[in-house]
Write a protein that binds this ligand. Structure first.
Ligand code: GGG
Length: 356
């Protein structure tokens, strides 16, 4: 998934935004994995940044301007933990992760879902990437509630633009091109939502014909699938998928569902990627029920650090982290309870660091 040419930086300034819940427990694991790489990457320089619902209850602001400023002006990349937005409406609160993705124009959420084969020389059973559009769809959060003579009526705007669909399409084609199978499935529901999903489907499918593409994607095989049947087939025969590209909401749901195929949401990493900035983020949420028990799985965060480095072009460092995580999973002696183990977060981190 590496997208950049060989980097020439002397140092790497990395923003750390743990957010809420177990984000606070797993982000230090990502930091430790990066530090363990030594001279395989430029000297890392970390800066701790605030955001989240806890930040909102403490300060009245969920995404402080200073956090955005430091990320934009000082950082090369960042890692975000998790956020616990309440399910009820809270006046003045808006999800900081949704806000950050928009403010930094991180238009793609790239979520590789890969199982670990028992034999390192064998191919994994599940090896797919969900490429989720990250800035629009229902996540534009334009909702309204009206009181009518028949009771309450709620509406939400679902925004799909040609621009956003085209750039997520290009990202998905690029990722597919860099993988052995070179296969891309466009996920939509344009049999019902023919205007919005129709525009997404059509625009992504047209990417290979754009003049500036100049035949670059000729080797990528394209398929498409309606989202509900894609979920069914994902569970029946995940091997048919290589890269899946989807509008925001479908991509969010599909990638969490796909995590079940590899054992735990606690294993699945992601990056929020734009043209100028990369932010790693474990796919899991803030899991307040296990906060403070030292049993949160740190592997998704550690893999998110690796994925962020891979996107920045530090492939050797990323490979070292991914290999170490795979070995810990394969050995199976130190695993957290979500994977059936009895290990503590701290013990899993220690095992990974030893292997790095
Ligand atoms: N790291 C992913 C994460 O925090 N997931 C929970 C989530 O989607 N939160 C959205 C929100 O609470 O605003």
């Amino acid at each position: 998934l590496a997208t950049s040419a060989s980097p020439t930086r002397q140092s790497l300034k990395i923003g750390l935004i743990p957010g809420d819940g177990i984000g606070v427990e797993v982000i230090p694991a990502a930091k430790a994995a990066i530090v363990a790489l030594g001279s395989d990457i430029p000297k890392p320089d970390f800066v701790d940044l605030d955001a989240g619902f806890e930040c909102f209850t403490r300060t009245g602001v969920a995404l402080p301007e200073e956090t955005v400023r430091v990320l934009e002006e000082e950082c090369d990349c960042a890692i975000f933990g998790a956020v616990s937005s309440p399910t009820r409406r809270v006046v003045g609160y808006s999800s900081p992760i949704v806000g950050l993705r928009k403010r930094l124009d991180l238009y793609a959420n790239v979520r590789p879902v890969t199982s670990v084969a028992a034999d390192p020389n064998e191919k994994p059973d599940v090896d797919l990437v969900v490429v989720r559009e990250n800035t629009e769809c229902l996540y534009v959060k334009q909702e309204e509630l009206k009181h009518t003579e028949n009771g309450k009526e709620a509406r939400a705007t679902r925004l799909i633009t040609e621009r956003a669909s085209r750039r997520i399409g290009q990202m998905a084609f690029d990722i597919a091109l860099g993988r052995p199978r070179k296969h891309l499935t466009v996920i939509h529901k344009s049999n019902v939502l023919s205007v919005t999903d129709g525009l997404f489907r059509e625009t992504v499918r047209e990417v290979p014909t754009l003049p500036e593409v100049n035949g670059k994607y000729n080797d990528v095989q394209v398929a498409e699938q309606i989202v509900d049947s894609a979920v069914y087939r994902l569970f029946r025969e995940p091997q048919i998928y290589d890269v899946m590209v989807a509008p925001n909401l479908y991509g969010d749901i599909l990638s969490d569902a796909a995590a079940a195929l590899v054992g735990s949401l606690g294993l699945v990493p992601s990056v929020n990627a734009g043209d100028k900035f990369i932010m790693g983020e474990p796919v899991h949420g803030s899991a307040p029920d296990i906060l403070g028990l030292d049993i949160a799985n740190p592997l998704a965060s550690i893999r998110s650090a690796a994925l962020m480095l891979r996107f920045l072009g530090y492939v050797k460092g990323a490979d070292r982290i991914d290999r170490a995580v795979d070995e810990v999973i394969r050995e199976g002696t130190v695993l957290t309870p979500d994977l059936g183990g009895k290990g503590k977060t701290s013990e899993v981190v220690e095992a990974v660091l030893k292997k790095i």
